[in-house]
Design a protein around this ligand. Structure first.
Ligand code: AMP
Length: 193
């Protein structure tokens, strides 16, 4: 009972929360953004391709991202559960994830929607740019990433809401508080099932 998605705008704190939730539930946190960044750092072919999109704040093409996730979810450590952070982000990716899980005879247990105000996420992202030096955290690219999130990813919430899977959690506040909020919301949801 621990197949979760974590969806939210850039800067909502997905990565931070994903690592903590993965630990709490004993499942791997699988972040497509982290996998792309690892490949960029190691200058692989995938990394070169991904970088050209990431540096502009655009999404890496679905075909590439979908293959990567299908492969990752076939690994042994993801069989008992997983937390996907930053995937799916497009309706094509939603369809692919449905197909991957159907092939495995599995289903999602919950979709955690982390909410945050635009002003706050921009502030956080600009801070992160200073702290971590991410090349996609410049003001112009941040604006583009938020635009694409609104156009492509925000509408996915209603798809999962229609399936009764969405757990909405306010991403503002101290890191510990937000983790606790998510755990309570998830436990309440899983408890009633
Ligand atoms: P993130 O760390 O999740 O904010 O992702 C950083 C960047 O990686 C995004 O702005 C995209 O360029 C790329 N990326 C991560 N996940 C996906 C995805 N599911 N689909 C397409 N591109 C992605």
């Amino acid at each position: 009972m621990s197949r979760f998605l974590l969806i939210g705008p850039p800067g909502a704190g997905k990565g931070t929360q994903a690592a903590r939730l993965a630990e709490a539930y004993g499942i791997p946190a699988i972040s497509t953004g982290d996998i792309f960044r690892f490949n960029v750092k190691n200058e692989t072919e995938l990394g070169k391709l991904a970088k050209s999109f990431m540096d502009r704040g655009e999404y890496v093409p679905d075909s590439v991202t979908n293959d990567l996730v299908r492969d990752r979810l076939s690994h042994e450590d993801a069989q008992a559960g997983f937390l996907l952070d930053g995937y799916p982000r497009t309706s094509d990716q939603v369809n692919e994830l449905d197909s991957i899980l159907a092939d495995q005879g599995r289903a999602l247990d919950a979709v955690i929607q982390l909410t945050a105000e635009t002003d706050e996420v921009v502030r956080r992202l600009l801070n992160r740019a200073i702290e971590q030096g991410r090349t996609d955290d410049t003001e112009e690219v941040i604006r583009r990433r938020l635009e694409i999130y609104e156009a492509e990813t925000a509408p996915l919430t209603s798809v999962y809401a229609g399936r009764g899977l969405v757990v909405m959690v306010d991403g503002l506040g101290a890191i510990d508080e937000v983790t606790e909020r998510i755990r309570e919301a998830l436990d309440a949801r899983l408890g009633v099932n």
